[in-house]
Design a protein around this ligand. Structure first.
Ligand SMILES: *Cc1c(COP(=O)(O)O)cnc(C)c1O
Ligand SMILES: [Zn+2]
Length: 435
């Protein structure tokens, strides 16, 4: 049985060839996922093989995604794959952050160390590989964020044309600047996100453009390797919790699938619990988990948070995320803008740093430990999704005490670290420094 695309809806489960250019199930509209037969190798053989590949200089083996290709065997020919050596991100112990969160210990899996500065690279190398194998020459997404930056880099590196569509007047400059630098053709459209997405879907069919939005199932396959690499780094010892921020919920879906497959194929013996943290002003998944009716997610009309990477009102991957969080015995929590900002400063003080969305993890841990949902003795890994340089304005404004939410609420610089103006005078500076 070869790799196939399967409808994620339990009542449908329709199957399609892996090379079909579809983004939703043609029979029921459900989400699609790649499914495979079990790998030929035993769990022990795979672990040994993956460890050995780390000593190789071959590009594919140096990739923290493609090194694990036995778990994402959707290609039949790997010679076309374009890698920027994504993945290979560190697992960093952070005692100070552990203390702040109320834990005995805490480690961060830092995806901000990726080539374009976020975990989107893990998925994008796979999405672009699929575009190449399908013979596409253009790829597109609707996004101003890390997805655009990553897609632009991987498409250009692969000789494909990256096309980015954005709602006019709704631009986040830092990440868009990356996309421009990486050569993306960027089209601003006078319409909202959903309208543009609908239009781009039609355009994609007509012009043979491959869509690399969150819904693309091959991106999810690449993001699974974040958890494979984590387990490899931990010598296959399963943590009690994996904590991550939730926006479109692609990562939640990918992590859940990764752990399920690792368990099914004998690499681990239990699942960690997933804790998904949302910003309070953009928490439709939290609301869904709290409600009695799990059959449909009610979108948040005007999502609000300064953590722009998780400012999502209508997350596409919610059915998968619902399944994975439930299967893992996980939880969903929300955190305030102030809690995110302070947690981010603590992660900075560890010498680690991250972008605002990533800091929701530590803020969420602090809340879950305080409420007793997470034991302080628990073995916890939090995933930092993006690099601290992604949003330097936010950091500067926080530390200088001028950070405000969209509705004008002042964020207190509780851990602020302002630059100080001193006179050009040796003894006064020496006095100031306390020597
Ligand atoms: C995309 C992104 C998220 C949200 O991830 P989802 O898979 O959409 O839930 C969080 N943080 C950063 C930095 C991101 O780029
Ligand atoms: Zn279906």
């Amino acid at each position: 049985m070869p790799a196939e695309l399967a409808c994620f809806e339990q009542r449908c489960h329709a199957r399609f060839p892996i090379t079909e250019v579809i983004y939703n199930c043609p029979s029921c509209g459900g989400l699609l996922e790649a499914v495979y037969p079990a790998p030929e190798q035993s769990a022990a053989e795979l672990k040994g093989l993956w460890r050995n590949r780390r000593t190789s200089n071959a590009p594919l083996e140096q990739s923290g995604v493609w090194r694990y290709r036995e778990f994402l065997p959707f290609l039949t020919d790997y010679t076309q794959v374009v890698t920027l050596r994504e993945g290979n991100t560190p697992l960093l112990d952070a005692p100070r952050a552990a203390w702040y969160g109320g834990l005995d210990r805490l480690a961060f899996k830092h995806q901000g160390f990726n080539p374009t500065g976020s975990f989107k690279d893990n998925g994008m190398t796979c999405g672009v590989a699929q575009a190449l194998r399908l013979g596409m020459s253009r790829v597109a997404c609707v996004s101003t964020g890390n997805t655009s930056a990553s897609m632009a880099a991987y498409a250009s590196a692969a000789g494909l044309q990256p096309l980015i569509f954005l709602p006019h007047g709704n631009i986040s400059f830092g990440k868009l600047a990356q996309a421009l630098e990486y050569g993306a053709r960027t089209l601003q459209v006078d319409a909202n996100f959903d309208q543009i997405l609908a239009l781009v879907r039609q355009l994609a069919d007509r012009l043979g453009i491959y869509l690399l939005n969150s819904i693309n199932p091959f991106r999810i396959e690449g993001q699974k390797t974040i958890m494979l690499e984590l387990m490899d780094q931990r010598e296959w010892q399963v943590p009690d919790w994996v904590v991550l921020p939730g926006g479109n919920l692609g990562n939640t879906s990918a992590f859940g699938k990764a752990f399920r497959e690792m368990k099914e194929w004998g690499l681990i013996d239990r699942l960690p619990r997933l804790a998904v943290i949302q910003a309070a002003g953009a928490a439709p998944f939290y609301d869904l988990m709290r409600s009695q009716d799990h059959s449909r997610l009610i979108p948040v009309e005007h999502p609000q948070t300064l953590a722009t990477a998780i400012k999502i009102g209508d997350p596409v991957s919610w059915p998968k995320a619902l399944y994975e969080v439930t299967a893992s015995g996980g939880v969903v929590e929300t955190v305030t803008e102030q809690e995110i900002a302070d947690a981010k400063a603590v992660i900075g003080q560890c010498g680690i740093g991250c972008e605002p969305a990533s800091a929701a993890t530590l803020a969420g841990i602090r809340k879950l430990v305080a409420s007793g949902d997470m034991a302080s003795s628990a073995d916890v890994v939090a995933v930092l999704t993006g690099n601290t340089l992604k949003d330097s304005d936010y950091s500067y404004q926080y530390h200088t005490g001028v950070l405000k939410t969209a509705n004008g609420t002042q964020i207190a610089p509780n851990l602020g670290n302002k630059p100080v103006l001193v006179p050009y005078d040796l003894s006064r500076i020496a006095t100031f420094l306390g020597t």
